[in-house]
Structures are given as C-alpha cells and as structure tokens.
Design a protein around this ligand. Structure first.
Ligand SMILES: Nc1nc2c(ncn2[C@@H]2O[C@H](COP(=O)(O)OP(=O)(O)OP(=O)(O)O)[C@@H](O)[C@H]2O)c(=O)[nH]1
Ligand SMILES: [Mg+2]
Length: 429
C-alpha cells in the first residue's frame, strides 16, 4: 500500500507568532517544492516564498525544513513550514495543500502513529509522549520524558534478554530429548536466573503507579464540622474552591481541587464535617466523606487525635492556630491557621515529603495499568514455568511470558490499544 501524504497544523491555534504545518508521506517533498519553488538541503532551515500552486499568488514568506525519510520523526519524508501565525495565512496554505492529489488532513495522533508503525518509537515511548503533552507539573514532566525516552522500553528489553536465555536452555534440553536421550534436569543456575527475574518484575509491580502521578496524590481533608476544612482547602489550592462559613455543616458534596505544590501534583478533596445527629442531606455528605477516606492516599485530619481514621496515612492537623496561645494548643503533627497562614509552610513541606514517597521517584520508571497488567501476566507465566515438571509446558509458558512483555512495547496484539492511544493525541501530533 502506498501511504497517503498527511498534513496538519502542528502548533497551537492561530493567531500566534508562528504556525508550524507538518507534511508527512511520499508526496511531501513534491508538494513543498510546488509551493516554494526549490527545496533546501535536508535539515537546513531556509527562507522561502510560499505561493499558491495554481494561481502563483504569494501566500507568505516562511521557513522551510525538510527531513527525508527514514531518518525523520515519522520515518517518512517529512516537511515543516514555519509560517506567520495568522489565521488567514494558515488557512491559505492549508487550502493550497488541499489542492494536491494524494494529500489529506491528518487524523489526531496520525504523525505519531506513523512513527510507531515505522519503528521510530515503540508503544511505551508513544505513551510517554502522550503523558508529556498532558504534563502539568514538573514531576509529571520528568516521568513522561523518561518513558518517552525509552526508560521502560530498555528495561523490557533487558527482561526479554533474560527470558530468551531461559528459553534457549529449555529448547536445547528439548532437542536432546528428541534425539532419544534421557531428558536432563534444568540446571540450578536456570532456576536462580528465573527467580531473580520474577523478583525484579515483582518489585516493578510494587512501585508507585503512574496513575497517581497523572491524577495527583489524593489528599482528603476531614474532621468535624466547622473545623476549618474548607478554609484549609482554599488556602492550599490558592483559590476559593469551597464555600466557608461559621455555620456548621456548610460543605456537603466532595469538593476536588487539583493543585500543584512544589512541582508535585495533588488532588485535594474537601469533605462534609463528620458528626452525630445531622439532617439527611448532611448524612449523605458524610457518607461521601467516609467513602473518600477509604480511597485517600493521605488524610489531613482536623479532629480529635482519638478519632483519627487511619494513623498511617493521616496527618493530625490542629486548625485555627491563631485562636490559641502555645500553652492552649492541642497535641498535633502540625498547627496551622488559614487566617494568618502560620504553620502552612511546615504543612506543605510535610505534604510534599509524604507525597514523594507515594509517587514514582525521579530515577524510577512509572508503571501504568497497562504495563502492570502485562507484567503481572508475565510473572504468573514465569511462576507456572517454574513449577512445571514438563519441559514442553515450561517452554510454552516462557513463550507466553515473552508475549506479555511484547505488549508493553507494542510488538504484539495491541491493535485496539493503538486506536485508543493515538486517538487521544491532538491533530498534528
Ligand atoms: N480564626 C480562624 N478562623 C477560621 C480559620 N479557619 C476557618 N475559620 C473560620 O471557621 C469557620 C468554619 O470554617 P470552614 O472552613 O467553613 O469549616 P469546615 O470545616 O469546612 O466546616 P463544614 O463545611 O461546615 O464542615 C469559618 O467562619 C471560618 O472563617 C482559622 O484558621 N482561624
Ligand atoms: Mg466545609
């Protein structure tokens, strides 16, 4: 099949200082030559007049860049026009491109999909790219860059190397068996190497999930009514996300405020105050509050130490510190005031410290659900391989374990996954 040539605006919506159009496919060079008269040498930025191919009208003066395939980001001939970023400039050049036969508008993520199909990046790296485009905090950016740069792919490759060795040993024993020799036992070194691999995969499975980095560490603010929960939420979020009032029972719904603090993503959740003898609406709010406590990564508990829901995950906060002298203070991990801001720096430092332990650390590869599913399947096949006395069965489980790892980098059985992933990109990426 001869691939169609695709084009799209790859930069943000005009008007802007510069608009970048990308064209990829076999007719890219021809179309760009027709628009600009002469092609520059590969990977050299050159100033060109862009003219309508049939009327010859000057549309813009632009920088033209050519990246001949296969050494381009899509693996195909790829061209970039850096236009002036006005709406009519962009529309005029897009219209001109539309007059060429074999050229069409790109679908969302189609440039990246072609890069994947031409082996320029694997599936885990493409996921990293998607994460990078969505990254809002510095820790998200760092993890996305590592994934996009192949950090996970390289580990998968190492694991595949070990698996191949293990499989080769089994195959050679099976060959002996074919020749009528008595089947040998697998050597102790084989078992040791398999065990080491299982241990390493299990460690990766236990590492903090990438989803927590994407969605933010869930911090639930809870305690009795009027404790100052909503005031604390507003202070931490830096905006008035929740209504506060001196009336006990103000908050009923869960109020979620995604907030980056010191480059770390948090999802702050304010809840209804917990107390006995509330009306029905408030009871519903309290049910939501209890539910969210169950799903919390961390709890800021503004109530009595004795009622603390979860000592491990909770931070005991004494609120309204401005109302008490230091002798009158309740015992707590931290004393804060949303009125004066006292104690907030210490609370933030503590939150960030606790969150870091719950998030993939900087050098570590963040594993998402898709990766985890594949890894768990790989581990269970390795366990079955380890426990089977029949070499044929062992070989089969090793093959399945390899196939599971292949799904991480997209070498096998991932068609539906591809549509989902690339469909989530913007047009022009
Ligand atoms: N002096 C002082 N008053 C505070 C402080 N924080 C909150 N308040 C006041 O305490 C009252 C209750 O604050 P909220 O933030 O609405 O308390 P809440 O825990 O969300 O209350 P409910 O939603 O009803 O459960 C309001 O009148 C606030 O102005 C503080 O640090 N110092
Ligand atoms: Mg409230």
């Amino acid at each position: 099949v001869i691939a169609e040539t695709i084009y799209a605006l790859s930069s943000g919506q005009p008007p802007a200082a510069i608009a970048i159009l990308r064209i990829s496919g076999p007719a890219a060079a021809y179309a760009l030559e027709s628009l600009t008269g002469a092609l520059p040498p590969p990977r050299h930025a050159s100033l060109r007049s862009v003219r309508h191919p049939s009327t010859g009208e000057l549309l813009d003066r632009a920088i033209l860049l050519l990246f001949p395939g296969p050494d381009s980001s899509t693996g195909e001939d790829l061209g970039e026009l850096h236009l002036h970023g006005g709406r009519s400039v962009v529309n005029a050049v897009l219209d001109a491109l539309g007059t060429f036969e074999g050229l069409r508008n790109a679908e969302p993520g189609e440039f990246t999909r072609r890069a994947f199909e031409n082996g320029r990046l694997d599936l885990a790296e493409a996921e990293g790219l998607a994460d990078l485009l969505a990254a809002e905090t510095q820790s998200q950016r760092r993890a996305a860059l590592a994934l996009a740069g192949g950090a996970l792919s390289r580990r998968v490759e190492d694991w595949q190397g070990v698996l191949l060795q293990l499989a080769a040993t089994v195959e050679s024993l099976l060959d002996f068996a074919d020749e009528g020799d008595v089947a040998e036992e697998l050597p102790a070194s084989w078992t040791a190497s398999l065990n080491a691999l299982v241990t390493e995969l299990e460690r990766s499975l236990r590492s903090p999930p990438a989803e927590r980095l994407r969605d933010g560490v869930r911090v639930v603010i809870a305690g009795p009514p009027n404790a100052g929960k909503s005031s604390l939420l507003n202070w931490l979020a830096g905006r008035r996300a929740a209504i506060t009032s001196a009336i006990a029972g103000t908050t009923r719904d869960l109020i979620e405020a995604p907030t980056a603090i010191a480059g770390t993503p948090f999802l702050l959740i304010d809840t209804a105050g917990l107390r006995e003898g509330a009306d029905q609406l408030e009871e519903e709010g309290m049910a939501l509050a209890r539910e969210s406590l169950g799903a919390a990564d961390l709890v800021l508990w503004l109530g009595n130490p004795g009622d603390r829901p979860d000592p491990v995950r909770s931070i005991l906060v004494a609120s309204k510190a401005d109302l008490y002298s230091s002798e009158e203070r309740r015992p707590a991990d931290i004393h804060v005031s949303a009125e004066t801001g006292q104690g907030m720096d210490a609370l933030i430092a503590l939150l960030v410290e606790r969150a870091r332990a719950l998030l993939p650390s900087d050098g570590e590869v963040a594993i998402n659900k898709r990766h985890r599913d594949a890894l768990s399947e790989c581990v269970s096949d390795l366990r079955l391989a380890r426990s089977s006395p029949d070499l044929l069965v062992v070989a089969e489980h090793l093959r399945l374990a390899r196939a599971a790892l292949d799904r991480i980098t997209g070498r096998a059985g991932v068609e539906d996954m591809l549509d989902r992933l690339f469909g989530s990109f913007c047009i022009g990426k």
